[in-house]
Design a protein around this ligand. Structure first.
Ligand code: MIC
Ligand code: SF4
Length: 642
C-alpha cells in the first residue's frame, strides 16, 4: 500500500513503536531549535543531564522573544544562552538576526528531516517538507542529548488544494479557511498533510505561513511536499544541496480529507479572541482600526513585506492608525533596505521595529485601551497584546496594509490593481549573525547572571492527593491565561519562584496567593485546556505552587506533555457532567494514585465537600505513568540512570 508523506518521514525516523494512530511512538530527531524565552530552561535542563555536547545533526539557539531590555534580566539571559551554545556545540543566532522560525526556514531547514523546537510554531519548517514539531524545553533538551522524542502517533489529515489564489488573496487566507473548517481543537492528535495540484502554485514562504499557523489547529504539525518550489527556494538561499524530492505515493491513504479550491477563497480575518473565529473581511469592512502590525513568524517574509510596501508606496498611513512593521529576519530587513522599500515604509509613517517577535508576545506596542488591532500574526488571545481590553483581528499583510491607509477594515480587493511581487531568484545571504560553536567547547565558561535561578524539581507523587480546587476555568484556556507573557513577565522566565507569582494573573489575580495558602491543590478546566504556546512554565510554575493534578474535559497536546514532564497528573472527566458538579473550592481526594494508575485507565476521585465520587481517565502510557509518578522526567531519567 502506498505511503503518505508523514508515514515516509516518521517511518524513516522511527525508533520505537508502530505507525498506528493513537499508539505511542518514538522518533529520532535530526535538528533542534530553541528561542530565548523557553531556551534558558531548556539549557538548564540540558546541563542537568550532564551530556558534554549535543548529539543532533544541528541545534540552533535563537534570540528573538525577550529583546525589549527594560532591565538587566533579558540581556543576562542572552549572555547565558550564548555561552551555553559555545560550550555544548550549538549554533547561536544573535539578537537582530530575526525570528527563529523565519531564520530557520531560510538558513537551516531541509526536506525529509525531523526537527523539535521549544516553540509551538516550529511546524513552520513543514513548509520545506520536514516534520517539525513544537515541544516543551525538557523534551528538546532530551533530543539534544540524543534521546528520541515520544509522541502519540497522529492521524494524517489530507488537505487537498486545487486551483490558484486570486489577486489580493494570500496564504494567510488559506490557513484561516482551514481554521474555520477544523477549529482550534480540530487538529489535536493529527498531522495536516497538504497535497493536490494547488500546492504547486504556492512558494515555500507561503507554505510556511500555512504550516506555521497550523499550530492554532492544535495539530502535531503540518507538512507540504518537497517539489520544484522547494528547490527554487533552497536555490535562492544558496542551499540547493539540501533538496530532495518528497511526495506522497499516488495510492497513499489518509484518515481524513478536506478539499479547498484556492480560487474560491477571499480575504478572511480571525475575530477576537480566537484564531478560529473566522469571518470574511468584506463583512467586517468599515470597522474602525486603531493599530496595524505587520510581522511575526507567520507573515514577515520578503514577499509579505514587499506587498505591504507596494500598497503603502507614496501614501501616508491614516492619522488615527499606528502602523508597526517588524521584518522576520535580518535577510528580509536588509533586502528591504537595499531595494528602497524600507525608505518607502518610513516615508509612509510606519514605525519600524526590530526583527523579532515584539508585539506578537506583548513585547512593546501594546495598543490603546479598547483598541482594535489588525495583525498579520497567528494568535489573538485576550490580553496577549498587553492591553486587557484590546480586540485583535488576524489578517493577511494585504488586508493589514489596506487598513493602514484607510483607518477602517477594508477588503483589499477594493484597492485596485494587485501589486505583483514574486519571490526573488536569489536572496541576500549573509550568516554573520550566526555564531558557529567551537569544535571543543569544554573550556568555555557558562555565564550566569542573578536572574538565573536553579531549576525546581518536583517530588514523587504522594500516596494520597488531597486538596482544594484552586480554580475552575472554561473551555479553550490558553497557556497565555495560565502563564501570561508580555514585557513585564517574560524577563522572569529563568526565575521560577518569581514568575510563579503571575500564574493565572489575568483570570484571577489571587490565584498564586490562594495556591500557596492552600499548599497547592487541583485545577479544573474545560476542553482543549492549555492550547497555544509550548511554554513549559505553564506547568513548571503551577508545579512550584503545589498543583498536583489538572482535571479537564480535554487537553492540548504540548501542555499535557509538559504536565507529565513536571509530575502533574493530567486527568480528564470520564463523564463531562462531573465538570459541572465540581466547584471551585471543593476539597478533592485521590487515594493511592500510583496503584489506581497501574490498575487501569480510570481513577476514582472523592469530592469530600459534596460527599460524592467521580471517575477520571489518565490516558497515560506505561512510560508516561512512570514519569509522572516519579515527579517528572528529570527524576525518572535519574532513577533509570541510578
Ligand atoms: C508564543 O507565540 O506564544 C511563544 C511566545 O512563541 C511561545 C513560546 C513561549 O512562550 O516562549 C510558543 O508559541 O511556544
Ligand atoms: Fe514569536 Fe509570535 Fe511567532 Fe511566538 S508566534 S514565535 S511570539 S512571532
Amino acid at each position: 500500500m502506498g505511503k503518505n508523506l508523514v508515514q515516509k518521514i516518521l517511518g524513516s525516523h522511527l525508533v520505537e513503536g508502530d505507525l498506528v494512530p493513537g499508539k505511542e511512538i518514538a522518533i529520532r530527531i535530526d535538528q533542534t531549535l530553541t528561542q530565548d524565552a523557553t531556551g534558558t530552561m531548556a539549557y538548564l535542563q540540558f546541563e542537568a543531564m550532564g551530556v558534554p555536547r549535543v548529539k543532533t545533526k544541528l541545534s540552533v539557539s535563537y534570540i528573538d522573544h525577550n529583546t525589549l531590555q527594560t532591565g538587566f534580566e533579558n540581556a543576562d539571559d542572552h549572555r547565558f544562552l550564548q555561552s551555553v551554545a559555545a560550550r555544548y556545540g550549538i549554533y547561536f543566532s544573535r539578537p537582530g538576526n530575526g525570528i527563529c522560525h523565519q531564520v530557520h526556514l531560510e538558513r537551516f531547514g531541509a526536506p525529509g528531516l525531523t526537527m523539535l523546537g521549544s516553540d509551538s510554531h516550529t511546524p513552520t519548517g513543514g513548509g520545506l517538507g520536514m516534520i517539525a514539531i513544537g515541544a516543551g524545553g525538557l523534551d528538546v533538551a532530551v533530543a539534544m542529548g540524543g534521546g528520541p522524542f515520544y509522541l502519540t502517533c497522529p492521524k494524517v489529515v489530507n488537505v487537498k488544494l486545487s486551483g490558484a489564489l486570486q489577486p489580493w488573496v494570500s496564504a494567510k487566507d488559506v490557513i484561516l479557511e482551514v481554521l474555520r473548517i477544523m477549529s482550534v481543537k480540530g487538529g489535536v492528535g493529527k498531522i495536516v498533510e497538504y497535497g493536490g495540484e494547488g500546492v504547486r502554485s504556492l512558494s515555500v514562504p507561503e507554505r510556511a505561513t500555512i504550516t506555521n499557523m497550523g499550530a492554532e489547529l492544535g495539530a502535531t504539525t503540518s507538512i507540504f511536499p518537497s517539489d520544484a518550489q522547494t528547490l527554487a527556494f533552497l536555490k535562492a538561499q544558496g542551499r540547493e544541496a539540501d533538496w530532495v524530492e518528497l511526495r506522497a505515493d499516488p495510492d497513499a491513504t489518509y484518515q481524513e480529507t478536506i478539499e479547498i479550491d484556492l480560487s474560491r477563497l477571499e480575504p478572511l480575518a480571525a475575530k477576537p479572541h480566537s484564531p478560529d473565529h473566522v469571518a470574511r473581511v468584506s463583512e467586517l469592512a468599515g470597522t474602525k482600526v486603531d493599530q496595524v502590525l505587520i510581522g511575526s513568524c507567520t507573515n514577515s517574509s520578503f514577499v509579505d513585506l514587499m506587498r505591504a510596501a507596494a500598497i503603502l508606496k507614496g501614501r501616508t498611513v491614516h492619522p488615527s492608525v499606528s502602523v508597526g512593521i517588524a521584518p522576520g529576519s535580518k535577510q528580509v530587513f536588509r533586502m528591504l533596505a537595499e531595494n528602497g522599500a524600507l525608505a518607502g515604509l518610513i516615508a509612509s509613517g510606519c514605525r519600524i521595529l526590530e526583527s523579532a517577535c515584539g508585539p506578537c508576545i506583548g513585547m512593546g506596542q501594546a495598543p490603546n485601551s479598547g483598541a482594535i488591532s489588525l495583525r498579520t500574526f497567528n494568535r489573538n488571545f485576550e490580553g496577549r497584546s498587553g492591553t486587557a481590553d484590546a480586540k485583535v483581528f488576524l489578517v493577511s499583510p494585504e488586508t493589514a496594509a489596506a487598513a493602514a491607509l484607510t483607518g477602517v477594515m477594508t477588503d483589499p480587493r477594493t484597492l485596485g490593481a494587485h501589486p505583483t511581487v514574486r519571490m526573488p531568484e536569489r536572496f541576500l545571504v549573509d550568516d554573520n549573525l550566526v555564531i558557529v560553536p567551537p569544535a571543543d567547547g569544554s573550556r568555555v565558561e557558562v555565564l550566569r547572571g542573578p536572574n538565573i535561578k536553579p531549576l525546581p524539581i518536583n517530588t514523587a507523587v504522594a500516596d494520597r492527593l488531597r486538596g482544594a480546587v484552586l480554580l475552575k476555568v472554561e473551555d479553550n484556556i490558553t497557556t497565555d491565561h495560565i502563564m501570561p507573557a508580555g514585557a513585564k513577565i517574560l524577563p522572569l522566565r529563568s526565575n521560577i519562584p518569581a514568575i510563579s507569582e503571575h500564574v493565572f494573573e489575568g483570570v484571577d489575580a489571587n490565584f498564586a496567593t490562594r495556591a500557596k495558602a492552600n499548599q497547592g491543590g487541583f485545577i479544573v478546566g474545560g476542553s482543549n485546556y492549555g492550547q497555544g504556546s509550548s511554554r513549559e512554565h505553564a506547568a513548571l510554575a503551577p508545579m512550584y505552587l503545589g498543583v498536583k493534578a489538572v482535571i479537564t474535559k480535554s487537553f492540548a497536546r504540548i501542555h499535557r506533555a509538559n504536565l507529565i514532564n513536571f509530575g502533574i497528573l493530567p486527568l480528564t472527566f470520564a463523564d463531562e457532567a462531573n465538570y459541572t458538579q465540581t466547584g471551585q473550592g471543593d476539597q478533592l481526594e485521590i487515594e493511592d494514585p500510583a496503584g489506581q494508575i497501574t490498575a487501569g485507565p480510570e481513577i476514582t476521585v472523592n469530592n469530600l465537600t459534596k460527599g460524592t465520587t467521580f471517575k477520571v481517565q489518565h490516558g497515560l502510557s506505561e512510560r508516561q505513568a512512570q514519569i509522572v509518578l516519579a515527579g517528572g522526567l528529570l527524576n525518572f531519567t535519574r532513577g533509570q540512570a541510578g
